[in-house]
Write a protein that binds this ligand. Structure first.
Ligand code: ZN
Length: 316
């Protein structure tokens, strides 16, 4: 399979604590659209919340599993440690002021880009960088178009050895965009996937799953035919890959890169309008067809959640 068949980062998934706190931050402060309220298909006792642009376009989607009782996780090797949002040129000062309550910091990264870093209410590390190119259809209901988040610029993976770099360059075939020395003298590598980046940052810190950490990163492909090509190719190279899973909004396969981080390859279709019209995205709890007969029990088991409605806030 050519790495050119990977269209970019499809979505990024993280773990949060309280679902309401998460919805309030990502919709009211960051101004993203809540595009889907569903449950973790592997554990329907917890919410799975999807944020993105107006349509939930691939490349703009950040999702959360809500585990209110989870311990706080820790950044380190073998997991994705940060995600960078793309924002319009000239908007970083606006964001720095808007995020004052979250202690943002100016940061020139190893590649010389001016960015801001901050944490969400659960301690999840996020960054913003200005990106000129057009991406998706930003949601402008809360933040005007000249400042609204455009989508995902890239992600950063923590790695103890050069195994992760080998995996992404050799098994996946991602091109190296640039390498630069960090203060420690170690090399930070930037790989390119579609129009986005995957940074690999050396670290010896031990990571731990929990709220405030990333769960996995999904790379997008056009359809299931390309996905099955990747499944076969990764298996032939000796990697463990899950069977294809139907996630209603896309089809997925999962595998771990050699450093341990969970990765996914997801299809761009059918997308988030498959079970509700575009005007109503994220306004009611949606479940996959096989869970619908248990709708009442599942709903009763979930904490109440107020979501931005079509006109006013409503409850799912
Ligand atoms: Zn996923």
């Amino acid at each position: 399979m050519s790495s050119a068949t990977l269209l970019g980062i499809h979505h990024v998934t993280a773990v949060c604590g309280d679902a309401q706190q998460n919805v309030n931050f990502y919709t009211n402060v960051l101004g993203l659209r809540l595009v889907k309220v569903t449950v973790n298909f592997d554990d329907p006792s917890v919410y799975h919340l999807y944020y993105g642009d107006e349509k939930g376009s691939p490349g703009t989607i950040l999702t959360f599993f809500s585990y209110p009782k989870s311990q706080h996780g820790a950044r380190g090797a073998g997991t994705f440690n940060s995600m960078t949002f793309a924002v319009p040129p000239g908007s970083l000062e606006f964001w720095f002021d808007r995020l004052t309550g979250r202690d943002p910091e100016w940061y020139i990264n190893a590649h010389g880009e001016r960015s801001i870093i901050f944490e969400d209410p659960d301690g999840l590390r996020l960054a913003m960088v200005e990106v000129g190119r057009q991406m998706g259809n930003p949601w402008t209901r809360v933040i005007e178009a000249s400042r609204a988040i455009k989508g995902i610029a890239g992600v950063c993976l923590g790695s103890r050895t050069d195994h992760s770099k080998k995996f992404f360059t050799e098994s996946i075939g991602l091109p190296i965009e640039l390498e630069s020395a960090m203060h420690s003298g170690q090399m930070k590598t930037r790989l390119q996937v579609g129009p986005q980046f995957v940074d690999i940052m050396p670290t010896t810190m031990r990571s731990m799953g929990g709220k405030g950490t990333y769960h996995h990163v999904a790379f997008g492909v056009a359809d299931q035919k390309v996905q099955s090509g990747w499944l076969g190719m990764l298996q032939n190279k000796g990697h463990n890959v899950s069977p294809v899973r139907d996630r209603t909004y896309f089809h997925s396969i999962y595998f771990r890169e050699t450093g341990g981080a969970l990765c996914e390859i997801a299809t761009d279709r059918p997308g988030f309008t498959v079970d509700e019209p575009i005007d109503e995205l994220g306004t009611t709890l949606r479940l996959p067809s096989w869970m619908m007969r248990d709708l009442e029990a599942i709903q009763k088991n979930l904490p109440p959640l107020k979501v931005p409605g079509i006109a006013t806030n409503s409850s799912v």
